[in-house]
Design a protein around this ligand. Structure first.
Ligand code: G3I
Length: 490
């Protein structure tokens, strides 16, 4: 793929759609994903991989993965070692998943999903509604038939991955590059409400997934496009349109350069009550200092939940290897930028039990923090959750259920429920009955002592409204078990 100068407002070049025909088929999908940030290991030990280092502060570090490279052992070795959140670079997009109307194809999406889950990783879904990479049949639709096709597509893809995707990029790149308004597209021409319809459809299709708006050139707080997206998210939150997160793609180059107001952008979105994720990071030229700045800006905002780089090695980048945009060179060696990111992650202050409010710039309206809905995927009859005494007023209760299991491993979810009063900080505890161990945990901070496991809330999910709930998840080694779980809150 040739090098493309990335986007200055108004200059971004569209890609042509994927030409590859995908065989229809369905893989059995192993594992399930219900939440996000992996957490493992003590916070005071320097971690040696990006994922483990990010987990120390309750965050994830991810990469885009291409299904066509899963046979490249250097690629998979690095990806497996370093990253704990995976985005399919192209394989879950509209043209890949619904090449013919009503005929869904998850062959390559499932290859990536299964690789990720079998290696203990979470998955970001990318993307459901976008003006690019639409299959030909969709490009030719308009008006109400296109609107219906969008809804059907969201339902078709999200039902396939129901309960398995941590975050979905529901809508991608819907804003104009320069004027702060909506981009003209066939989707936009179906009516200005298409984005909120997409989000409402997505919430109904998979209540467990966090729903994100994702875009490029919304990194610089002073740009009109950033303000346009910010105003949309503020409007959605005020009207109850279900949006949980904003993805800052963060493709940085000389025309769309990192700016020191990036932290303000992150904290401003977070102050609206949404998670913020850096979803497609690459930096042309590969400046180690800029990579450190980006990492530190995310670490400074509690609701910045993780960073995803858009590819593993420079040679894997959509920008071409000669722009040196990623953290590993084309031979798989760690670059200076890698070391600066790792050091920044390792220098992050450990997570505290009570979330501190994110910085709210003067432009931000006063909003209550975290408004994420309590989300708990439906339980199948085969799963027997552990019992927990009902919560005292002001206290909390917790149950564990097995989400999935396979020979030698399993994935579980713990639901923490507040009693009749809000909870501000929680700790759950259980004892493994048969030598089980946790390989990766998200949405909490774990301490392990022999067979006893204690998990405190992550910085962003300590507050639970009265009667509300939140979940943490983990993958484990051994036979699936559902020991009883105790919950305490200060
Ligand atoms: O696989 C075919 C190959 O068989 C064929 O010979 C070749 C000919 O052009 O095309 C190959 O497909 C390409 C595909 O990437 C895989 O490499 C497509 O043409 C090309 O359009 C596609 O580009 C992708 C692009 O999105 C499409 O918009 C990039 O890989 C992908 O990195 C890029 O990702 C986007 C995010 O989804 C959204 N944000 C911006 C980001 C960068 O543009």
């Amino acid at each position: 793929m040739g090098v493309r100068a990335n986007s200055r407002p108004g200059t971004r070049q569209p890609f042509t759609g994927m030409r590859r025909a995908l065989a229809v088929g369905a893989l059995s999908v192993l594992g399930a994903v219900t939440a996000f940030a992996a957490v493992s290991g003590p916070a005071d030990a320097a971690a040696s991989t990006l994922g483990a280092a990010a987990a120390q502060s309750g965050r994830y570090f991810g990469t885009a993965i291409s299904a066509s490279k899963l046979g490249d052992s250097q690629y998979t070795t690095i990806a497996n070692r370093e990253f704990n959140m995976i985005t399919a670079e192209n394989e879950m997009k509209i043209d890949a998943t619904e090449p013919n109307r009503g005929q869904f194809n998850f062959t390559n999406g499932d290859r990536i999903y299964n690789w990720a889950v079998q290696n203990g990783k979470q998955v970001r879904g990318h993307t459901l509604a976008w003006h690019q990479q639409q299959p030909g049949w969709m490009q030719s639709l308009s008006g109400s038939s296109l609107r219906q096709a969008m809804i059907d597509h969201i339902n078709g893809v999200m039902s396939h991955y129901k309960g398995k995707i941590a975050y979905w990029d529901v809508v991608n790149e819907a804003f104009d590059d320069s004027n702060g308004g909506r981009r003209d597209s066939n989707l936009q021409r179906t009516g200005n409400d298409w984005i909120e319809v997409a989000f409402r459809t997505a919430r109904a299709a998979d209540p467990a997934a966090k729903l994100c708006y994702n875009d490029y050139n919304i990194d610089n707080w002073s740009w009109a496009k950033t303000q346009g997206v910010y105003n949309m998210v503020r409007d959605f939150k005020s009207r109850g349109v279900p949006i949980d997160c904003v993805g800052l793609q963060s493709h940085f180059n000389s025309q769309s350069a990192y700016n020191s107001n990036y932290r303000t952008t992150i904290s401003s979105f977070a102050a609206l009550g949404v998670d913020v994720a850096i979803t497609e990071l690459d930096i042309q030229g590969g400046s180690a200092q800029t990579y450190a700045n980006v990492t530190n800006d995310c670490l400074a905002v509690p609701r910045c939940v993780g960073i995803t780089v858009w590819g593993v090695r420079d040679s894997d980048s959509w920008l071409g290897a000669n722009t040196s945009p990623l953290l590993f060179d084309s031979s798989g060696n760690k670059k200076a930028a890698y070391t600066s990111v790792l050091n920044a992650l390792n220098a992050a202050p450990p997570v505290s039990p009570s979330p501190s409010p994110s910085v709210s710039p003067s432009q931000s309206p006063s909003q209550s923090p975290s408004q994420s809905p309590s989300q708990s995927p439906s339980q199948s009859p085969s799963q027997s959750p552990s019992q927990s005494p009902s919560a005292e007023p002001g206290g909390c209760s917790a149950t564990m259920r097995t989400v999935n299991s396979w020979p030698g491993g399993f994935q579980s979810e713990v639901t923490v429920t507040a009693g009749s009063a809000p909870v501000n900080g929680w700790t759950v505890n259980w004892t493994w009955p048969g030598g089980q161990s946790i390989s990766s945990l998200w949405n909490g901070q774990q301490t392990v002592s022999g067979s006893n496991v204690t998990v405190r809330n992550a910085p962003y999910n300590g507050s639970i409204s009265a009667g509300g709930s939140t979940t943490l998840g983990f993958t484990g080694n051994g036979s699936a078990a559902t020991p009883s779980v105790t919950c305490t809150s200060p």
